[in-house]
Design a protein around this ligand. Structure first.
Ligand SMILES: Cc1cc2nc3c(=O)[nH]c(=O)nc-3n(C[C@H](O)[C@H](O)[C@H](O)COP(=O)(O)OP(=O)(O)OC[C@H]3O[C@@H](n4cnc5c(N)ncnc54)[C@H](O)[C@@H]3O)c2cc1C
Length: 416
């Protein structure tokens, strides 16, 4: 069923009796060409592009819980392509271009809102680093603008500009950045994939891999064994646990990242704003809630909930940046389980086990990558070759030292 204004009017007249389920809840078959493990954004986007762009439709997405129950439904929805390094910027810019046409592509409103992403700077050295990053963005065809204090004041007069310790000196603005509705992204890709014949199987946990002469030939699941020529894993914070079932140890740590939303307020925050002197970022949802977050909890965990010291730290960051936030009541907070890589950049690659492929290491920034990650992983699964835009996201780089350390933090996952 295609969605349109005409369809809404028709259904309104018919008492909304004609809507069909958004996707087909499939029963797993005995065999597929490709199995994608993980029904998050990346897994669903991979399945969609496998069928749409590469003509591979005998595909199943296996999800242990429900679609949107992982990070894709827990993140703070920020999309942007404001990276410095050559290995990253073209990939994220490709992703942003896919976001720009996503609702039309999927015939599903992903609520992509290019309201701008503003990274604040508070010192001369930070400004110089942002100038460099902005130039790198421009060289790769992205948009970037450097604002001074007055430029920021025009956009966000409520910030604490005169904070003695962290005066706001300006910001790097990407106007094409913004937000998208996170669970609509999962539902939209699921619907698109399902319409192309892909089986989406919920409540189906992969509990093991079927290996034959060193090759992966299928998976064991809570709903029985399923054979496949190619198996791709896109399970975010569960990557190390899942790959452990195939005897692989990954250069990843799983950490908790928390997010917060306040009661609904009148429109006051124009776009996404990040605090350059601490780790705090905020935007306002279409319902009016201030959505914000900060650092990861900083200890290894597979939990989807966090602890109070980070809550305090995030609130301190918020108060330092925009004291008015102290008047807002927090409505909800939650945690997600993120797969932090050793250099802060992702992995889209084959593994040492033939037929088994990995998409992971997205840290706390993989939502914005969803379309490009799906596209590039589908390319890898369909052709066996890495997509040129993801050519540096290799698993072996941690052995060879060809790291993609966007922040220059070294091998300390909790700092990326
Ligand atoms: C609080 C928070 C805020 C964030 N904010 C942002 C942001 O603003 N911008 C941004 O770009 N990124 C952000 N991120 C990161 C982003 O959400 C993730 O990088 C991205 O969603 C991960 O990819 P995914 O959507 O495929 O993951 P998920 O949605 O987690 O999908 C993985 C799926 O695999 C399933 N799974 C696990 N094990 C198995 C198994 N054995 N068998 C079957 N299924 C299994 C899980 O149930 C899950 O549904 C944030 C993350 C969190 C937690």
């Amino acid at each position: 069923m295609a969605y349109s204004a005409f369809r809404i009017a028709l259904e309104a007249i018919r008492g909304h009796a004609g809507w069909s389920p958004v996707w087909r809840d499939a029963t797993p078959r005995a065999e597929y060409d490709v199995i994608v493990i993980g029904g998050g954004g990346h897994g669903l986007a991979t399945a969609y592009y496998l069928a749409k762009a590469f003509g591979v439709a005998r595909v199943a997405v296996l999800e242990k819980g429900w679609l949107g129950g992982g990070n894709v439904g827990r993140n703070t929805t920020i999309i942007r392509s404001n990276y410095l390094l050559d290995a990253n910027e073209p990939f994220y810019e490709f992703s942003l271009k896919l976001w720009e046409g996503l609702s039309r592509e999927l015939n599903y409103n992903a609520m992509v809102s290019q309201r701008g992403v503003l990274n604040l700077y508070h010192s001369d050295a930070q400004r110089d680093a942002f100038v460099r990053r902005g130039n790198a963005m421009l060289l790769h065809g992205a948009d970037a603008e450097l604002l001074d204090t007055e430029g920021v004041r025009e956009l966000a007069p409520f910030l604490n500009f005169e904070n003695a310790r962290f005066p706001v000196k300006g910001g790097l603005l990407q106007r094409r950045g913004g937000t998208a509705r996170h669970d609509a992204v999962a539902w939209g890709y699921a619907r698109g994939a399902s319409r192309l014949g892909i089986d989406i199987v919920q409540n189906c946990e992969v509990t093991g891999f079927r290996l034959k002469e060193g090759r992966c030939v299928g998976v064991e699941t809570t709903r029985g064994p399923i054979a496949a020529r190619t198996v791709g894993c896109a399970v975010a914070g569960s990557s190390s646990r899942l790959m452990g079932l195939a005897g692989l140890r990954l250069p990843l740590e799983s950490h908790v990242l928390q997010a917060f939303v306040t009661e609904g307020l009148k429109p006051c925050v124009p776009g996404v704003i990040t605090f350059g002197a601490g780790h705090f970022y905020v935007s306002q949802s279409d319902k009016g809630g201030l959505v914000f977050g900060g650092d990861i909890d900083g200890y290894n965990s597979y939990a989807q909930r966090g602890n109070l010291p980070v809550v305090e730290d995030v609130c301190e960051g918020g108060m330092a940046l925009m004291p008015m936030i102290g008047r807002a009541k927090v409505l909800r907070m939650w945690g997600g389980n993120v797969d932090m890589s050793m250099d802060g950049s992702p992995i889209i690659d084959r593994t040492p086990v033939d037929g088994l492929f990995l998409n992971g290491g997205w840290c706390y920034g993989g939502f914005k990558a969803t379309p490009a990650s799906g596209w590039c992983f589908a390319h890898l699964l369909a052709t066996g070759e890495p997509h040129p835009l993801a050519a540096r996201y290799r698993l072996g780089r941690f052995l060879t030292g060809d790291l993609i350390d966007e922040k220059g933090m070294g091998a300390q996952p909790n700092l990326h």
